[in-house]
Structure formats: structure tokens, C-alpha cells
Design a protein around this ligand. Structure first.
Ligand code: NAD
Ligand code: IPM
Ligand code: MN
Length: 364
């Protein structure tokens, strides 16, 4: 298997280094060769090559079996237009790879329930999967821009039946593997695109009579995520709502650094943690690598077909947390704080133990 590794900016290189070490460990143990080639993207690519997504990077990604990305973005580009920022490189890469379904699981790991901002009994047991439409909506809609005066700006929110249909099918299929419930998130009381979203999702639902579908307004959804997150299983969202709600879901898990993602449905699958480049902690060894490591597990599950190894990593993450391994974002008063690298090692050690014990494990 060939993986194009795009560490990117800020904590991106720190967290992907740990994910790569775990993948190499798995490759060696399973006797399945995995090769990595590293390429520039984002702010570091703008600085070095004058382009956020250099041609060579894109070519390498298109020639790989999967792409593993850290994060992009740096405050020094804050004054720039969206199209000239590091983030534009990521949006262009997503478009070029073609994956439209972005899977963002969020789990409240039992040992962390008391570390969240919520009463532990509210979040304990929460285990949800946001399916975020990744190639449409406000992010890519045309026309967009500023009017000549510079005092008016506009973006276009546009969705076609085709775009909604294909991502809805992913949500229903995933729900079949989980608890059989899809919440489709929209703003159908205000937006035409949401009216269409609701219609198409309801049409697709007719082909999945075994799955329970509910339509939830996005504002209510935000409230319910804070009050009764356990009432959700699969959450189907458009591009913008999925972006916002996945960060909110991170508060149920306990830290943004915990959340992984997989982007499927295109020519090459893309794996990236949900968090950004975290300039406030970059270079300090404080970053939580679990989002990146869990993204690597998703890569094994969805691209490599290595479900057993993926589940073992998921289990190792749970075990490391249960044994008290905490990066700075997870540590409570008096708890020992591990560096990014130490957390990677704690999970690698837990992985060895998981293999030894050969626990049965039910995947997300
Ligand atoms: P962010 O996700 O980088 O950070 C938000 C907060 O969460 C910060 O306090 C940060 O320290 C913390 N955090 C994030 N990841 C963490 C981790 N692994 N371990 C511990 N703490 C972690 O969001 P932001 O600060 O709003 O954005 C910073 C830059 O990242 C911006 O340029 C933004 O556009 C970009 N960004 C990139 C991606 C991506 O590449 N996929 C995603 C989100 C934001
Ligand atoms: C994410 C990020 C990106 C997005 C940015 C950096 C373009 O916030 O992956 O959640 O909005 O999709
Ligand atoms: Mn985001």
C-alpha cells in the first residue's frame, strides 16, 4: 500500500509522525508492506514553493492508495483572501481526490466523561458518526466574491439532487452497521437547499425501511448535542453544518484532538484529523495525536480492508486512556501529562497488549 503523507502546518507534522509510527508497527506485524512518501501542502508549501498545493504533491496524492494529512493553516496568512490561504490548498485537494462523504466519528470514552464540559452522565455512552457532505454547498458554490466596491461580499449555497443522494446513501449504509438511526440535519424552515435536502434524504430513506430517519433543524441539533448527545447515531450534514457540528461533537469527546476523519467516495481516500494546525500549541509537544492515530485506523479499515488491525488500534486508544494516558488537553488537576510522542508510545504499547490478549472488539 502506498500512502501519500502530507504533514502540513503547525501540529500537523507532530501528530502525523505518531500515526505513521503506529502504521509502520501494524505493517511490520501484519507482514503487509506500507510505503510512505512525504509531500508539502498548506503554509509550508506556500513558503517553499509559492503554491499551497504544488503540482508534485497533487500528482503524488492521485498516484497513492490513500492520503494521510495533518493540518494546514497559519496565522501569518490571516490577512489574505480565502483563495490565497493554506486552507484553499486543502479544499482544492479534496476536490481533486473526489471524496464526497467525510466520516467524523465522535466517541465519549468512558474515562474522559468527567473531563468534558458537560455533566458526565449526559455524555457517557455518546457514540455518534457525523457524515459531512464535503464537496458541495457554500464551500464551493459559484458565484462567490466581493463586489467592486469591496463593501459587499457573497457566497452561493447550492446543492443538486445527485450530491445529496450519494452522501445520504453513505449515511444509511453506515447506520446499518451501527444502531440503525439517521438524523438528517438541515434548516428547511428557511433555506431552499435544505428543502431539497429533506426531500432527497426522505426519498433515499424509502430504500432503507430498516433504518429510522428523523429530520432535525440545525439549531435544535446544536442544543441536543449538548443536552442529549446519546440520542444521536448517524448525523447527516451538509458541508458547513458538518464542519461546525463536528467541532461541537469534539466537546462531547473531551478534546478536538481526539477526532479522526475519513473521506470516501472519490478516486483516492483522504484521512485527516478534524482539528486544525493549532498554532497556539505548535512546536511544544503538547498536541494530542489520537485524532491522527484514529484516522490511520480508519485508513486501515476503509482503504486497506484491515478491519482487525483497525479495531486493534481503536482498542489500544481506549486502553491507553483507561490506563490514564493524558496529553495536556485531557489532563485533569494532578494528572501526569504526556507529550505527543509519549502518547503515541503509550498507544503503541497498548496495541502490543491488545494483540497479546486478542480481545474481541466491536468496531465503530
Ligand atoms: P484548531 O483546530 O487548530 O485549534 C482549536 C483549539 O483546539 C486550539 O486551542 C488548539 O490548541 C486545540 N487543539 C486542536 N487540535 C489539538 C490537538 N491535536 N491536541 C490538543 N489541542 C488541540 O482551530 P483554529 O485555531 O481555529 O485554527 C487554526 C488554523 O488551522 C486555521 O488556519 C484554520 O483554518 C486551520 N484549520 C485547519 C484544519 C485542517 O487542516 N483540516 C482544520 C481546522 C482548522
Ligand atoms: C475542517 C477544517 C476545514 C474545513 C478548513 C481548514 C478548510 O475546518 O476540516 O474541519 O472547513 O473543511
Ligand atoms: Mn473544521
Amino acid at each position: 500500500m502506498k500512502i501519500a503523507l502530507l504533514p502540513g502546518d503547525g501540529i500537523g507534522p507532530e501528530v502525523t509522525a505518531e500515526a505513521v509510527r503506529i502504521l509502520k508497527n501494524v505493517a511490520e506485524h501484519a507482514g503487509t508492506p506500507i510505503t510512505f512518501t512525504t509531500h508539502a501542502i498548506g503554509g509550508v508549501a506556500i513558503d517553499a514553493e509559492g503554491a499551497g498545493l504544488p503540482e508534485a504533491t497533487l500528482e503524488a496524492c492521485l498516484g497513492a492508495d490513500a492520503v494521510l494529512l495533518g493540518a494546514v493553516g497559519h496565522p501569518k496568512f490571516d490577512g489574505r483572501l480565502p483563495s490565497e490561504r493554506p486552507e484553499a490548498a486543502l479544499l482544492a485537494l479534496r476536490q481533486a481526490l473526489g471524496g464526497f462523504a467525510n466520516l467524523r466519528p465522535a466517541i465519549c470514552y468512558a474515562p474522559l466523561a468527567k473531563r468534558t464540559a458537560f455533566q458526565p452522565e449526559r455524555v457517557r455512552g455518546a457514540n455518534l458518526l457525523i457524515i459531512r457532505e464535503l464537496l458541495g454547498g457554500l464551500y464551493y458554490g459559484e458565484p462567490r466574491g466581493f463586489e467592486a466596491s469591496g463593501d459587499t461580499a457573497f457566497n452561493t449555497l447550492i446543492y443538486s439532487r445527485h450530491e445529496i443522494d450519494r452522501v445520504a446513501r453513505v449515511a444509511f449504509e453506515r447506520a446499518r452497521e451501527r444502531r440503525g438511526h439517521v438524523a438528517s440535519i438541515d434548516k428547511a424552515n428557511v433555506l431552499e437547499t435544505s428543502r431539497l435536502w429533506r426531500t432527497v434524504v426522505s426519498d433515499v430513506a424509502k430504500e432503507y425501511p430498516d433504518i429510522a430517519l428523523e429530520h432535525v433543524y440545525v439549531d435544535t441539533c446544536a442544543m441536543r448535542l449538548a443536552t442529549t448527545p446519546t440520542s444521536f447515531d448517524v448525523m447527516l450534514c451538509d458541508n458547513l453544518f458538518g464542519d461546525i457540528l463536528s467541532d461541537q461533537a469534539a466537546s462531547i469527546a473531551g478534546s478536538l484532538g481526539l477526532l479522526p476523519s475519513a473521506t470516501l467516495g472519490g478516486t483516492v481516500d483522504l484521512y485527516e484529523p478534524v482539528h486544525g494546525s493549532a498554532p497556539d500549541i505548535a512546536g511544544k509537544g503538547w498536541a494530542n495525536p489520537i485524532g491522527a492515530i484514529a484516522s490511520a485506523a480508519m485508513l486501515l479499515r476503509f482503504t486497506a480492508g484491515m478491519e482487525k488491525e483497525a479495531a486493534e488500534i481503536d482498542h489500544a486508544i481506549e486502553d491507553a486512556l483507561a490506563s490514564g494516558a493524558r496529553t495536556r488537553d485531557l489532563a485533569g488537576p494532578g494528572e501526569r501529562v504526556l507529550s505527543t510522542h509519549e502518547m503515541g508510545h503509550a498507544i503503541e504499547d497498548a496495541l502490543a497488549e491488545v494483540r497479546d490478549r486478542r480481545h474481541s472488539y466491536h468496531a465503530v
